[in-house]
Design a protein around this ligand. Structure first.
Ligand SMILES: [Zn+2]
Length: 365
């Protein structure tokens, strides 16, 4: 392995190589910028500094900060050897309940480019990004060209109280009494776009293109590299899409429940049969009433799967499957690491394998 490089599990692993080698970015000579990079990369940059690193090109690789692991992975695929993006929400944390830490603020303060879904998804960045990362460009992926958008789901099983038509008179009472606060949350989401856009590999391709366009504009000296990396990523994502479709094809009709409604894009892409989510607002624990209603729904179906998520406590799943013939599994819409260019493929394959595993058991049982 060449000196001064860090090895991370890479996308290329499916094409014979076990690892993609990613170089640590060059350390600038200016003391202030140097401090920023050292803070950015920690021990890796120290190694690089000791080895010395003359600048080979005029423009610097941009320092990229990505909000969540799968977006970080897509950014890492584009940047390749040029630099490593920083990650805000660590594996196993939920972006729906995340709060910025001092180390995140430092990373953002030194950023050239912040890549995130948008203010309705990473609410912890909403309204503070201009202040914390004033010098950075902000790439809002919900608005990126080619990203297919789906509305946040409302009505029926996706609503707090699953009102049927004849329940509407009760809905008014709810809104006026002790549920006033919940109604506010509802209103925020009414017209919102579902932010879990990365779970469709075709959206991931559009995200790769959008990140590539940004870094090419910021670092034109490496344009050919970024373009080649993006092209390779788009081909790999196409292969991944076909692989996921093949994994899921036998189970597309089987019903399953999820912890929170993160999977609409997977569902739309592969024609899956999601029957409902345990939580309506992932930033709040489900109410006892909600758990009872979901358990009734589960009981009415023939051996559905109920999928837990590592970002949420398992207790709710245990409660809703009690005294039903449902099976349980676990899937992770974010991936649990390690961060790097390979994390997106690892996350999607694991998600499809978990789902297929749980639902196949039901088919053959
Ligand atoms: Zn989510």
């Amino acid at each position: 392995m060449p000196s001064g490089v860090a090895v991370v599990p890479g996308w290329a692993s499916e094409h014979d190589n076990l690892f993609t080698v990613m170089k640590v970015p060059m350390t600038p000579k200016d003391p202030k910028a140097r401090r920023n990079v050292l803070r950015w990369l920690g021990p890796l940059a120290v190694v690089q500094t000791m080895l010395g690193s003359p600048l080979a090109t005029a423009s610097e690789p941009p320092r990229v900060v990505a909000s969540i692991l799968p977006i970080h992975a897509l950014a890492a695929m584009v940047l390749g050897d040029a630099s490593q993006p920083a990650l805000l929400v660590p594996p196993l944390a939920s972006p729906h309940a995340f709060a910025l830490r001092p180390s995140d603020a430092s990373a953002l303060a030194g950023a050239d480019l912040v890549v995130w879904i948008g203010p309705t998804f990473e609410v912890f960045l909403d309204g503070v990004l201009d202040e914390i990362a004033p010098d950075a460009r902000h790439l809002v992926l919900l608005d990126a060209p080619g990203v297919v958008q789906l509305q946040v789901r409302r009505g029926g099983v996706w609503d707090e109280h699953m009102h049927d038509e004849h329940d509407l008179e009760h809905a008014d009472e709810h809104a006026e009494d002790d549920h006033a606060e919940e109604s506010d949350v509802h209103d925020d989401h009414e017209s919102a776009i579902d932010g879990h856009i990365w779970l469709d590999p075709h959206n991931a391709q559009a995200i790769v293109r959008a990140i590539a366009a940004e870094v090419i504009a910021m670092d034109p000296d490496r344009a050919r590299t970024y373009r080649a990396n993006a092209d390779a990523a788009i081909v790999a994502l196409e292969d991944l899409d076909a692989e996921i479709a093949a994994t899921l094809t036998a189970v597309v009709d089987r019903p399953f429940f999820v912890m929170h409604d993160a999977y609409q894009y997977v569902e739309a892409r592969y024609g899956l049969n999601v029957a409902g989510s345990i939580t309506v607002h992932p930033e709040q624990p489900p109410s006892a009433q909600r758990l009872i209603e979901i358990r009734e729904r589960i009981g009415a179906l023939d051996r559905p799967c109920v999928m837990a998520e590592p970002q949420f406590p398992d207790r709710a799943v245990a409660v809703v499957v009690e005294d039903t013939d449902a099976r349980t599994g676990r899937m992770d819409p974010l991936g649990s690491g390690p961060p790097g260019a390979g994390a997106y493929g690892i996350m999607m394959r694991a998600l499809a394998a978990s789902l297929s595993g749980c639902l196949s058991e039901n088919v053959t049982d």
